[in-house]
Design a protein around this ligand. Structure first.
Ligand SMILES: CC(=O)SCCNC(=O)CCNC(=O)[C@H](O)C(C)(C)COP(=O)(O)OP(=O)(O)OC[C@H]1O[C@@H](n2cnc3c(N)ncnc32)[C@H](O)[C@@H]1OP(=O)(O)O
Length: 214
């Protein structure tokens, strides 16, 4: 599978190694607006994001992945490109465990040493980051980021664009609102409303976001 990565920052380094770890994965391009010229550098094509359509003409069956950790930026690029959902790859690291009954949306990435248990649903363009756990019957929407070592216990619901900080724990049945930010190390024992930041043990709302988010 030929893959073009969009985004050339820190998160993209991990995605690049993930692509290399997949037997059928072949990374052919990295698009980022920091590249002003469309050119071949060593074994990789680099160029601005606007060249994505041109790449599709060059490589039949090419898949994309948005390799950017910031949820609103991933959404902005997906909205801008207007590609059909199946143009995006679903990437799973070979050391991850994904239940056969779990559903994963296009554009989502499942990093090393994660566990995704039965009857979970994960939306599009979501990141399940290193060593995190998504327990049975959980529902994770699109553009979510589950940071390294976070634990979602059974039947948890995560709204669109929410970011669960590193090492956070969410107890069974709790709901996290759209575009909420859960601080690193938080323990969430009550549902959290949309568009706010919640921190601590137990997690409490610390900030309510303005329209443009954090
Ligand atoms: C591979 C990767 O890197 S993936 C990315 C993983 N990223 C993360 O896990 C990031 C998690 N981010 C955090 O925890 C951040 O501290 C946030 C988002 C919760 C808050 O950030 P900001 O909005 O900038 O808030 P700020 O730093 O101003 O802190 C606001 C208050 O919350 C407190 N606070 C911030 N983070 C936490 C936290 N994780 N736990 C407890 N309290 C916290 C601060 O002490 C401060 O308290 P005060 O008002 O009493 O002084």
């Amino acid at each position: 599978m030929k893959i073009a990565m969009i985004g050339g920052g820190g998160h993209s380094k991990v995605i690049r190694e993930l692509i290399h770890s997949i037997k059928e994965g072949e990374m052919i391009a990295c698009l980022d607006d920091k590249y002003h010229v469309f050119q071949k550098r060593k074994d990789l094509i680099c160029g601005p994001i606007e060249k994505a359509r041109y790449l599709i003409q060059m490589y039949e069956g090419l898949k994309f992945v948005i390799a950017i950790g910031h949820n609103k930026t991933r959404k902005r690029i997906v909205d801008q490109l207007q590609f059909p959902a199946h143009y995006y790859a679903i990437l799973k690291h070979p050391t991850s465990w994904v239940s056969p009954s779990a559903e994963i949306g296009y554009g989502s990435v499942i990093m090393a040493h994660t566990v995704i248990n039965p009857d979970t649903k994960i939306g599009e363009h979501t990141i399940i980051n290193t060593k995190s756990v998504v327990e049975h019957d959980s529902r994770i929407s699109q553009y979510v980021h589950i940071s390294p070592n976070a634990t979602l216990t059974g039947g948890v619901k995560i709204g669109e664009g929410a970011h669960i900080g590193a090492g956070a724990t969410i107890i069974p049945g709790v709901k996290i609102g759209k575009w909420a930010m859960i601080g690193a190390g938080a323990t969430v024992i009550h549902s959290i409303p949309p568009d706010c930041t919640a921190v601590g043990v137990p997690a409490k709302v610390k900030k309510v976001h303005m329209k443009e988010g954090v």
